[in-house]
Design a binder for this molecule. Structure first.
Ligand SMILES: Cc1cc2nc3c(=O)[nH]c(=O)nc-3n(C[C@H](O)[C@H](O)[C@H](O)COP(=O)(O)OP(=O)(O)OC[C@H]3O[C@@H](n4cnc5c(N)ncnc54)[C@H](O)[C@@H]3O)c2cc1C
Length: 503
């Protein structure tokens, strides 16, 4: 008998003894969620993070008087787990959602005055909620608009959990469904590159179907956009730390875990420089390469698969100007290398002028380009897109580069992503790269943390805390085992809107 669990999976009296200790490795959103969830269930939790701060890939830093996010982050109304997380840490009001989806899209190639298109929704049921917006979208021809409508209906009929779809290529599927290069640029990639961090030709059809069905074709309000009106660090570091503290989690930053091993007494030993911690359960909430390095032998059937999960970069170009040149909180762009522009002025603490962040996803070509070259490329584009920028003085220009921002959503990636449970009792995996059914997002990270906590709690014989995020009953939640997902089982997605309260 191991870890207080009989072979038939029933917790023993041993498992019920108080103050079981769990160590969570990694203080990104997955680890924060796992730690909070375990502590809420009465488990004694230690959270170990290698960096000096919490928040993982979604963090802030200071640059002079500015507080800068490493990269613009948004979420959607359908991101019910991330919304639960915001609520749990007391951050909901600091990262509100739009009342209704409204994305201004500027086409730099069109004459000034005729550049603006809008992707908006109205209150009609799906798919009619986007019908009016599509019918009047100026960046597509009439014929393209009709073909987009037909492709959307075909997409709606796909089952994203079908493993065969994961092997197929979204770009090829779009071409086979009559989508022109223009439709891909002005619509499918406009949304897909920002959410999946890859262009359609590099994306698994299963993941693309998941994103478009969940965001645009499931519930009228599903794609309403939310973003932090404060620096990310305010949410994912300060408020998360406060919530962890009051839940009794012991937090150690600047503490890098070097190995994890099972002891003869059945407990776990977690090695950090100079000492080791003993635990009944360990959650590895670190990126896939780090997880591979820390996994003890036999923990996964094919651990080398983790190394085949590729990564994709995101570049953010930050421009501080002496005046306001963009009157909206954000715009998307086509006909230019610029992808999305966000107004960061208020969140950064800038007192006068305007601070814009250009969020450049799937930035393989530019991730190592020198700042001076990026400046030469992006300032003229900004001036081309935003007429008021032409007379503005640039006060500061800098870039942030995240080389491994997300896992690459390539065809076939689904079979590489393990669930929360490993083959060794007491050791669990979390991270946006695990088998959540979602692309690499804050939502996926939180869902993975909940799944890992669920798996650990059932092994420790602890009841699930009532305040823990509930995967919808119609969809049992992400796969927790190291097993291939079954056709027809879309974990945590089909019912994702039920709690969302859309309007
Ligand atoms: C620029 C950028 C823009 C993005 N935009 C969006 C967006 O708009 N919307 C969205 O939903 N998502 C977005 N994402 C993705 C999102 O940030 C991630 O999917 C999510 O934050 C991943 O969380 P995680 O906990 O799985 O992993 P991570 O954040 O990578 O956390 C892992 C943690 O483990 C720590 N660690 C690693 N090894 C060890 C060790 N040995 N010991 C101790 N600690 C260790 C790391 O320091 C890190 O803090 C973006 C990401 C980037 C980089």
């Amino acid at each position: 008998m191991t870890d207080g669990i009989r072979p038939d999976g029933v917790p023993t009296a041993e498992a019920d003894r108080p103050a079981r200790h769990a160590v969570v490795v990694g203080g990104g959103l997955a680890g924060l969620t796992a730690a909070l969830s375990l502590a809420d269930a009465g488990v004694r939790v230690t959270l170990l993070e290698g960096r000096p701060r919490l928040g993982g890939l979604a963090f802030s830093f200071r640059r002079g008087d500015l507080t800068v996010d490493n990269g613009q982050h948004v979420y959607l109304r359908c991101c019910t787990a991330y919304r639960w997380f915001l609520d749990r840490i007391g951050g909901t009001d600091l990262a509100p959602l739009q009342d209704r989806l409204d994305v201004p899209v500027l086409d730099a190639a069109r004459p000034e005055g005729r550049r603006l298109g809008r992707i908006r929704r109205d209150a009609l049921p799906v798919p009619l909620h986007l019908g009016r917006s599509l019918a009047t979208y100026p960046h597509l021809s009439l014929a393209d608009r009709a073909r987009v409508g037909r492709a959307a209906l075909a997409l709606q009929a796909l089952d994203p959990a079908d493993p065969a779809l994961d092997e197929r290529n979204f770009g090829e599927w779009l071409a086979a469904h009559g989508q022109s290069a223009r439709a891909v640029e002005a619509l499918w990639d406009l949304v897909g590159v920002a959410t999946l961090n890859a262009t359609a030709s590099d994306v698994s059809l299963g993941l693309a179907a998941m994103v478009f069905k969940t965001g645009l074709l499931s519930d009228p309000g599903a794609a309403d956009i939310g973003w932090a009106r404060v620096p990310l660090g305010e949410l994912h570091d300060r408020l998360a730390r406060k919530a962890l503290d009051s839940a009794g989690v012991s937090i150690e930053v600047r503490t890098r875990v070097t190995s994890v091993s099972k002891k003869e007494n059945g407990r776990w030993s977690v090695q950090v420089p100079g000492r080791s911690l003993e635990a009944d359960a360990v959650v590895l909430a670190v990126p896939q390469r780090e997880a591979h390095a820390l996994l003890p032998a036999g923990a996964l059937e094919a651990p080398e698969r983790l190394l085949d999960i590729d990564t994709a970069p995101i570049l953010n170009v930050h421009v501080v100007l002496d005046r306001t040149v963009l009157s909206r909180p954000f715009v998307a762009a086509i006909g230019t290398p610029v992808q999305w522009i966000f107004d960061r002025t208020h969140a950064s603490g800038l007192k006068d002028g305007q601070y814009l962040a250009l969020s450049q996803s799937a930035a393989h070509q530019e991730i190592d380009t020198p700042v001076a070259e990026l400046r030469e490329r992006y300032l003229p584009e900004l001036r081309r897109l935003l007429p008021l920028a032409r007379d503005a003085r640039v006060r500061d220009f800098f870039v942030t580069r995240e080389r491994t921002a997300t896992f690459a959503p390539s065809p076939g990636v689904g079979r590489l992503r393990p669930g929360a449970r490993t083959k060794v009792p007491g050791l669990y995996l979390a991270g946006a790269w695990t088998a959540t059914g979602w692309p690499a997002t804050m939502e996926g990270a939180v869902r993975s943390g909940v799944s890992a906590a669920d798996a650990a709690l059932s092994a420790l014989g602890r009841p699930r805390p009532s305040r823990l995020f509930a995967f919808d009953e119609a969809s049992p939640g992400p796969a927790t085992g190291d097993l291939p997902r079954l056709p027809g089982r879309r974990p945590g997605v089909t019912g994702a809107f039920v709690r969302g309260g859309t309007r």
